[in-house]
Design a protein. Structure first.
Length: 749
């Protein structure tokens, strides 16, 4: 290293040397060379050269990334507009007609998303208590901050929870972290491999036999970070090959689990508001005030700590737990919780362990609560199971298929249920009722269910079989077997038979899905049952909605139904009809030029309409989406400076992606000198007004753009001679004009 040398710690780290944090902090970030451990230096004054000798432990490792590197520029875009998703159903049964619908309206801007959802019913019966009804579901304002990965909600929401706690619906304020805003972030602990080499070498890394990295490295330490792995048990194999072909191979077993957090990574959720009752039945039924908080943090690669607390009037519940990586063989969890209140004071223990591997998987989870343990959901009508146990096991038999078994046990005491009044057929009109004083009670639940399943592939045939038995009610058992045959890329047929509690049925079903615009689909079913059941439905995905129509006959009752699922959006000053938009979308704008093909991720999705716009649905929010247009579809005289855009939209929002398509106002000019000969190839023609330059090609032709009504062009030949030509221009949209020959005259001296 030559030249002056700064002694600050940051400079040494940038050069690849390891500087202890305590050393730089104690010396105000200025580090003397003599203080660096495992490091020696010699300065040659005549040549102003610093010679450094450092051991491997004094060098920072060369970081090799096999996965996606975190984005440095994480800008999220959002336009201003609104979207209405709808799912409308019209039904006719036994001479009565009625309709229903699910509506989802949201407005979006860079300041957040305001949304509301509702169920609507119409024309149920003239004798019903209310022939028209609408039930509001959720109304929420959400602001998302991708930098901090934090969301702020005001309105209706579901509280955060852990596997050993329960979520409830509330109305109020919520603040929580959300990793979905950073798709590039790896949240679970992943294995890291590394080492050191004395000579230039090549490192190759395989995960579960799949090659994921091959990189040349220089002498010194190195470390491979962010290995792309699947959850469960696996093996990382690393091979280092030097210039002589000598290889050193190491293997590292690992166990990856989404229930673990990477070290120092944390998630949280905090809520304050009122408990909501009768969701889906009553628009505004809010009860007592409540609060909740949930927190998780990765302490090490092998341990994640978690805690939860919630409270309402007369009750507080809280607990602590942890998730452990058990020697890279399995993942285990343990949690203790307790409640204190006027009527519900008790404790709960939760424990479990599971292993997922390429050949077999096994797991067990148990929750035991005292009789008087409770939470906010319990004091609002949903009692806690005093004992719950789930166990499962599965094994892969290779070409012979796979086999699985599970056991579920639940012991739940008597449960209260809010009262309701039954109105017209198919319509329930609930009454407001106090959650702690219900009119009805559900029977206690005692289940002991054993299930077993088997599936295999024989050629194109997929065979499956499932059986279950409730050990607490031995009359409740059944067996289900079937075979599925693919009929095409979107269609299949299934034949199945089942026996449940002594009742045998069989059915045949054929389906074809609708995936893209222009697809036709169907669903046909026939079942031998008591009574017999027939069903047929056709569907078509148009550019504006998914339309379905069908008939269902169950015994002697026939029901016909038509349905439309789609969306209407307002953005860029216009209305757009499309299929449902559950996430983000983009309006491609080509300055009024119609018929230009639009691609998403290099796949055609449509063409611009008469206003030069096209709505692209289903963009991935907070992730990079690649949109492009085909310049060959533009008019021949068009100038298209941008044909590809990468956008990162906010969730449930729309953005306007502008591709300027403008007339070049250009003309192909044929230039000749005063002798009538073509201006030589390689001359430069410069438009005097704008300074735009164009090369002169064969036959003295030059394409000059940005013309005005009257234009003057200066031409400089390769031998240095200069001449000038003047001409008038009148635009003719969509045509490539050609004029000339024009005489380029040498300016008078």
């Amino acid at each position: 290293m030559t030249g002056p040398c700064s002694p600050r710690a940051r400079n040494w780290r940038e050069l690849g040397f390891r500087v202890p944090e305590d050393l730089s902090a104690a010396t105000a970030n200025i580090v003397a060379l003599a203080d660096l451990p495992n490091f020696s230096s010699r300065f040659d004054r005549p040549t102003q050269t610093l010679y450094v000798t450092a051991k491997l432990m004094a060098l920072l490792p060369d970081l090799l990334r096999a996965g996606v590197s975190p984005a440095r520029d994480y800008r999220v875009e959002s336009g201003i507009g609104a979207t209405l998703n709808y799912d409308l159903i019209g039904t006719s049964v036994q001479g009565r007609q009625f309709g229903s619908g699910l509506l989802d309206l949201r407005g979006f801007s860079p300041l957040g998303v305001l949304s509301t959802t509702a169920l609507t019913y119409a024309g149920v019966s003239a004798s019903s208590l209310n022939s028209q009804m609408s039930v509001r579901l959720d109304s929420t304002y959400v602001y998302s901050d991708p930098e901090s990965m934090r969301r702020y909600r005001v309105g209706d929401f579901i509280t955060g929870a852990l596997p050993w706690s329960r979520s409830i619906r509330m109305g109020g304020i919520q603040v929580n972290s959300d990793f979905s805003m950073r798709p590039d972030l790896i949240t679970l602990p992943v294995p890291q491999v590394g080492g050191s080499v004395a000579v230039p070498s090549t490192v190759d890394v395989l995960v579960n036999g799949g090659h994921i990295l091959s990189r040349e490295i220089q002498p010194g330490p190195f470390q491979v970070q962010q290995l792309p792995v699947v959850t469960g048990a696996g093996t990382v194999q690393m091979t280092v090959t030097n210039a002589l072909g000598q290889q050193v191979t190491t293997e590292l077993p690992f166990y990856a689990s989404a229930s673990l957090l990477a070290p120092d990574l944390q998630t949280y959720s905090a809520e304050l508001g009122s408990v909501r009752h009768n969701w889906g039945l009553i628009s505004n039924d809010y009860g007592s005030a409540a609060g909740s908080a949930t927190y998780r943090r990765g302490l090490t690669s092998y341990l994640t700590a978690e805690g939860h607390a919630e409270g309402s009037r007369g009750l507080f519940m809280g607990g602590l737990g942890g998730v452990f990586n058990v020697a890279d063989l399995a993942v285990a969890n343990l949690a203790l919780a307790g409640s204190s209140g006027r009527r519900l004071s008790g404790g709960q223990v939760s424990a479990g362990i599971q292993r997922t591997g390429p050949l077999f998987n096994i797991g067990v989870q148990a929750i035991v609560a005292s009789r008087r343990f409770g939470d906010v959901a319990a004091i609002n009508g949903d009692s806690i199971a005093q004992r719950a146990l789930t166990a499962h096991a599965g094994v892969s038999l290779g070409r012979f298929g796979s086999l699985g078994a599970a056991y579920t046990m639940i012991d739940r005491p008597i449960r209260p249920m809010a009262s309701s009044v039954v109105g017209a057929p198919g319509l329930i009109l609930p009454q407001q009722s106090a959650p702690l004083a219900p009119a009805f009670f559900l029977a206690a639940q005692h289940s002991r269910i054993v299930t077993a399943s088997y599936s295999t592939q024989i050629g194109n045939f997929a065979l499956f079989a499932t059986g279950f038995r409730d050990l607490a009610n031995r009359q409740d058992s059944g067996v289900f077997i079937g075979v599925t045959i693919p009929l095409g890329p979107r269609s299949s047929a299934t034949a199945s038979a089942q026996s449940t509690s002594g009742r045998e049925t069989g059915q045949l079903q054929a389906t074809q899905s609708t995936n893209t615009i222009g697809d036709w689909g169907y669903n046909v079913l026939g079942a031998v049952d008591h009574p017999n059941h027939e069903f047929a439905q056709v569907s078509y995905m148009s550019p504006w909605a998914l339309v379905l129509a069908g008939a269902d006959r169950n015994g002697r009752v026939t029901t016909t139904q038509v349905e439309a699922r789609g969306a209407v959006s307002f953005a860029d000053g216009a209305l757009f009809a499309s299929n449902r938009i559950d996430d983000a979308f983009a309006i491609v704008d080509t300055d009024g030029v119609k018929g230009i093909r639009v691609d998403r991720e290099n796949r055609p999705v449509g063409t611009t309409d008469s206003s030069g716009r096209f709505l692209v649905p289903d963009l991935r929010s907070f992730d990079i989406n690649r949109l492009s247009i085909d310049p060959l579809d533009a008019p021949i005289d068009a100038d298209i400076p941008i044909t590809v855009r990468e956008v990162r939209p906010q969730d449930r929002s729309g953005i306007v992606v502008h591709f300027p398509v403008k007339s070049s106002r250009g003309v192909l000019v044929r230039l000749v000198d005063e002798a009538g000969k073509a201006v030589p190839v390689g001359s430069i023609a410069t438009l005097k007004l704008s300074g735009a330059a164009a090369p002169v090609g064969y036959d003295g032709e030059a394409y000059i753009v940005d013309l005005q009504a009257h234009n003057e062009v200066n031409v400089e030949q390769r031998n240095g001679r200069r001449c000038t030509v003047a001409f008038d221009y009148q635009p003719q949209p969509g045509q490539l004009q050609s004029i000339g020959p024009l005489t380029c005259r040498i300016a008078a001296q």
